[in-house]
Ligand binder design. Structure first.
Ligand code: ATP
Ligand code: MG
Length: 786
């Protein structure tokens, strides 16, 4: 390493705290290498790593794996870890992302030793380039990009040498200087390393080092630099400048290692860093690519980078996940060379495991049913003392819980005709109200439509002490006192994608086609116990029998808002025999899950015996997702509707998705469980979506109207004006009015905040109630904004 760099980065000589005692505990192959290097006295006994994100998006859980690894190793081996913005691509980077990345790394629990920007190295990088040219190790090539590609050869054939390859160093130097001064237009030439056009590793066939981007504006360097170094050139040298010893990156860079080593040797770097690759984190039901996540944000598939369904650290944080849980998850995943896909259930497990000991238990009723305890005197309130943690967690906290004559219980905790094995309330049965009395149901009150509006119960005055013999009870259910319970909005988040492998890469279906339509359900009329008054954003609780919840930043003292962090046990995994078949998805969600069952995808065993053959047929012959196949198979009405729709030409998976998700949701809480349309109508809707006549968003509204009996899809689209807006003429008025309403955002966009494109797209989508073709809108906006 040139002495000047050592002087420029004197912190590299400092030695921090001694390693924590758990250093020896973790034994992945990278730590083995570090340990061996230390034992052999390499790098003068130093360990230095870095986390090098490109500031072109928000960090996701995949980045957390890299952060935990790099910062973890530095911590365990008394080394250093830098945070470096890999910001050598002027087109996509932004200060907003730099700040968010810093914030997320800190939130995750790490502190960097040095904070650097590759864009600060433009000068020393250029000096190295000049030295390489002088030494005959690099040249300026005037072939076009296409020619360079054609000259590169193939895996089986060697490449051809460019006619510029052997030009005198002086000539290359002069051209490089002109590139640097901004005298040459984009694409007119590039700087290439002179290595070997016949190398077996195609990356070694004279890789590009610099390209011209004269018009681009870098978010930090402005227009100072008309040329930009490429990844292979900038990355290894940046590592060297900072005195990094172990440069950890993901497997797709394996073939770049040869360039990495060649370059550092050619540049005369002493004691060069070593690149080591590990498998990147891949998760089921999840997309981990900044580009695709950005697409979701821009198209309005999610509410933003911090949407609680996003796998970003922002999203996980807003959802209520703790940094400890994410670190524990990364630890559990470990570091290997073998690329595998980790079950997202493992992340959910880590979250539950962490919150189990931290989140106080409270009572929350999501869909309240009024219960009048007739034996309890009018106006009397007894304040009970309820422990906030179960016995197995040694924490002493408790909270006051007022019991009174009128309470709410969960609608699903009562059944007029209870199936066998039902462990909740039913006419003539007794249940314990959690932390309070045993009550018995004496009467069911209904409205004129036959819907249950209230239960009349009596309580057992001697049953408060849970040790006392209260006689036979069916089970224990949660409740909330009617007069003092607080109204709340509860956002039930579920997996963003309904398919275990939404990102199938090139040639596969678009990842967006796997979006789970049920990934957010908002329960508006919930009631939570009064001790939650004043709960602040970020506070976490366990709603007993429901799951873990966090207070959302949208929450106000008047209207609390809770996000479901994770259900108590995985509703996507094996379901215990459940006699209620009417609304499978809903019932599953509402189930009182206690304790964790082994996690496993839905299989034949999880399906009601009578429906198993049908399930197999739907899953294996029609290719339905297992949970959708089960929902359709187990319900005769759904099954018939599915057959009619596919007979009328609907694609099986599309028909199943409408039935198993939207129909189940729409029928929930309706007195008549029979859909008021037939399979042909559903097939017509599917065809209309396919043909682009309605957007998916608008189709939801159409579908709800169909369920409500408003007629066929075409009639509804016409009556409600829900047809898709495509084409310039239809979109222009909306695009123009959005632009007119946001002059300051336009200014910011033109000043380089191009990430605002997503904002504009979102506004147009909003203005058209989701009827616009998002891709067309984006294209028009990009053109209009220039
Ligand atoms: P994406 O494909 O999501 O855009 P990236 O690799 O382009 O990811 P960078 O900002 O370049 O994103 O990544 C910074 C660091 O994080 C790199 O060292 C990269 O290898 C690492 N990283 C990114 N994604 C993952 C992942 N899924 N698992 C482990 N490490 C990752
Ligand atoms: Mg990258």
């Amino acid at each position: 390493m040139p002495a000047a760099f050592r002087v420029a980065f004197p912190f590299l000589m400092d030695r921090p705290d001694p390693p924590p005692p758990d250093a020896a505990a973790r034994g992945d192959f990278i730590r083995e290498i570090v340990r061996a290097d230390l034992a052999a006295g390499r790098h003068g006994g130093r360990v230095a790593t870095r986390f090098p994100p490109e500031p072109n998006g928000y960090l996701h859980i995949g980045h957390a794996k890299s952060i935990c690894l790099n910062f973890g190793i530095a911590r365990e081996f008394a080394g250093l870890c830098n945070l470096r913005m890999d910001d050598t691509n002027p087109e996509t980077e932004d200060l907003e992302y730099v700040e968010a990345i810093q914030d997320d790394v800190r939130w995750l629990g790490f502190a960097w030793d040095g904070m650097f920007h590759a864009s600060d190295y433009f000068e020393p990088l250029y000096e190295v380039a000049v030295r390489l040219v002088r030494a005959g190790k690099a040249y300026v090539d005037e072939l076009s990009e296409d020619e360079i590609r054609a000259y590169r050869g193939t895996v089986t054939e060697p490449g051809r040498e460019s006619p510029c390859r052997d030009r005198p160093a002086e000539e290359s130097l002069a051209l490089l200087a002109r590139m640097r001064r901004g005298e040459l237009p984009d694409g007119s030439c590039v700087l290439r390393a002179k290595i070997d056009m016949a190398a077996e590793n195609m990356k070694m066939r004279d890789p590009l080092l610099y390209r011209i981007r004269r018009e681009a504006e870098h978010y930090r360097r402005g227009r100072e630099w008309p040329i930009y170094p490429l990844y292979d050139f900038a990355h290894g040298l940046s590592d060297a400048f900072e005195g990094i010893t172990h440069s950890l990156c993901t497997l797709e860079f394996e073939n770049n290692r040869e360039i990495y080593d060649w370059l550092l040797a050619a540049a005369g770097i002493e004691d060069p860093p070593r690149q080591i690759e590990f498998a990147r984190l891949a998760l089921t039901y999840t997309v981990l690519s900044k580009r695709k996540l950005l697409q979701l944000v821009e198209e309005g598939g999610v509410a933003g980078w911090d949407d609680p369904r996003m796998p970003t650290l922002r999203g996980l944080r807003r959802r209520g996940c703790t940094p400890e849980a994410i670190r524990a998850f990364c630890d559990a995943v470990g570091v290997t060379k073998a690329q595998t896909v980790v079950d997202v259930g493992l992340l959910e497990h880590a979250i539950r495991d962490d919150l189990n000991a931290k989140a106080p238990r409270v009572l929350a009723v999501l869909r309240p049913l009024r219960v009048v305890v007739e034996s309890w005197p009018e106006g009397r309130v007894e304040t009970l003392d309820a422990p906030s943690f179960p016995r197995e967690i040694p924490r002493p906290e408790s909270r006051p819980l007022p019991f009174e004559r009128v309470v709410y219980i969960e609608r699903d905790d009562f059944s007029e005709a209870p199936p066998k094995g039902y462990k909740r309330l039913a006419p003539g049965r007794r249940v314990r109200l959690r932390h309070a009395y045993v009550v018995e149901c004496r009467e069911v009150v209904k409205d004129e439509r036959g819907e249950i509006v209230e239960l009349r119960c009596v309580h057992d005055a001697g049953s408060l002490d849970p040790g006392a013999d209260a006689g036979r009870i069916a089970g224990t259910i949660h409740w909330a006192p009617a007069s003092s319970a607080l109204p709340a909005e509860v956002r039930l988040y579920d997996r963003l994608f309904a398919d275990p492998e939404p990102d199938r890469g090139k040639g596969g279906p678009d990842f967006r086609s796997f979006l789970n339509p049920d990934s957010l359900r908002v329960v508006a009329g919930a009631r939570v116990e009064p001790s939650l008054a004043g709960a602040a954003p970020g506070e976490r609780f366990q709603f007993e029998r429901h799951g873990y919840f966090a207070v959302d930043p949208d929450s106000t003292p008047e209207r609390l808002v809770f996000n479901r962090i994770v259900a108590l046990r995985d509703p996507w995994a094996r379901r215990p025999a459940e006699p209620e078949k009417a609304a499978p998805a809903a019932a599953r969600d509402q189930e009182a899950g206690k304790g964790e069952k082994p996690e496993k995808a839905i299989d034949v065993d999880d399906v009601a015996p009578a429906a198993r053959e049908r399930f197999r047929d739907l899953r294996d012959e029609h290719g339905l997702l297992p949970h959708e196949a089960r929902t359709v198979a187990e319900d005769e009405r759904y099954s018939r509707l599915f057959d009619e729709a596919t007979a009328a030409g609907a694609v099986s998976r599309a028909a199943a998705s409408w039935i198993a998700n939207d129909l189940v949701r729409e029928l929930r809480g309706r007195p008549s469980p029979t859909p008021l349309f037939d399979g042909a109508a559903l097939a017509e809707l599917v065809a209309m979506v396919e043909a682009g006549e309605v957007t998916t968003t608008a189709a939801r509204e159409v579908f709800a109207a169909m369920v409500a009996g408003e007629g066929g899809p075409r009639a509804i689209v016409e009556a409600r004006g829900l047809g898709a807006l495509a084409g310039e003429a239809a979109l222009a008025p909306h695009v123009e009015s959005v632009l007119a309403a946001h002059p300051s955002q336009i200014e910011a966009y033109r000043a380089g905040k191009t990430a605002l494109l997503g904002f504009f797209v979102g506004q147009v989508m909003k203005a058209t109630a989701g009827r616009a073709d998002a891709a067309a809108v984006q294209e028009m906006l990009a053109k209009r904004l220039g």
